[in-house]
Design a protein around this ligand. Structure first.
Ligand code: F6P
Length: 256
């Protein structure tokens, strides 16, 4: 029984890898929409991939916010390979609650890994003018440089409307997202089903165009409810390694 299940998961990973055109897909059993332990298992899988892909030298690991990446942080344990890592938030000010902010997650990971961290303090909902002047601040510039030179990024993907509501986005933004059929969100960018960017939250830190040069990008997202979002983001969004669950995997494979 158990062997058959393992076999099924392995064959799903292969199929999903082809459908989504990724280098690696890791599926944990279950559906995180229904059971919170499934999200924890995705976290555990991501931590082992993190350790495997960080090779000696000065590593900078950038993380986004959200509950999936918070689950990754929960699973971090001290490790020789992690203690020289510098943890940084990928982007600042995306309107999450404190415990799900990239800053908090970054600090938790560093503490558990016994590594170092730097934070990025940016208020939410910045005007374009303040965004520009903040970008010129020497202390901000310094950390932005570190963030941009990250050699690993671990990030979440969400459903567009769920994220827009969670961030208390303005009515204009909500209307624009529904008019343009937004389905996915990642890094503060909203995407339609074809993977085109239809809206972007102004903030500093990693921009989508910075991603292609980052050697390792791990996407952590699961739950059948996120099936469309995961596919939409990965249409153009640079991703190589996906950590997901059976719920999302089954839902994606059914429509392909
Ligand atoms: O707001 C940060 C973020 O990483 C978003 O880019 C993403 O859509 C969301 O969190 C995912 O959150 P969760 O893992 O809680 O679904």
């Amino acid at each position: 029984e158990v062997m058959k299940e393992v076999y099924d998961i392995r064959s799903m990973e292969q199929r999903l890898k082809n459908v989504l055109q990724l280098d690696e897909v890791h599926i944990v059993p279950g559906d995180s929409d229904n059971y919170s332990w499934v999200k924890k298992e995705m976290g555990r899988t991501c931590v082992s991939l993190m350790k495997k892909n960080l090779t000696g030298g000065d590593n900078i690991l950038a993380v986004t916010g959200g509950t999936s990446i918070a689950a990754v942080a929960d699973m971090v344990t001290p490790d020789n390979g992690l203690k020289d890592v510098l943890f940084v938030p990928a982007r600042g000010g995306l309107g999450e609650q404190v415990e799900n902010q990239a800053n908090s997650i970054c600090a938790t990971m560093a503490r558990k890994a016994m590594g170092k961290y730097r934070l990025l303090f940016v208020p939410d909902q910045l005007s374009k003018e303040s965004y520009k002047s903040l970008n010129e601040e020497p202390s901000v510039k310094e950390i932005l440089q570190l963030i941009r030179s990250a050699n690993m990024v671990i990030h979440g993907v969400g459903e567009a409307h769920v994220m827009a509501e969670r961030r208390n986005s303005s009515r204009e933004v909500l209307e624009k997202l529904s008019k343009d059929n937004a389905v996915a969100e990642a890094f503060g960018y909203y995407f339609n089903q074809s993977g085109d960017i239809i809206h972007k939250v102004f903030s500093i830190g990693i921009q989508l165009e910075d991603l292609p040069v980052i050697p390792t990008i791990i996407t952590v997202a699961g739950g059948a409810s996120k099936a469309r979002a995961i596919q939409a983001y990965l249409k153009h969004g640079p991703g190589q390694i996906l950590v997901t669950d059976e719920g999302a995997a089954q839902a994606i494979l059914q429509t392909n």
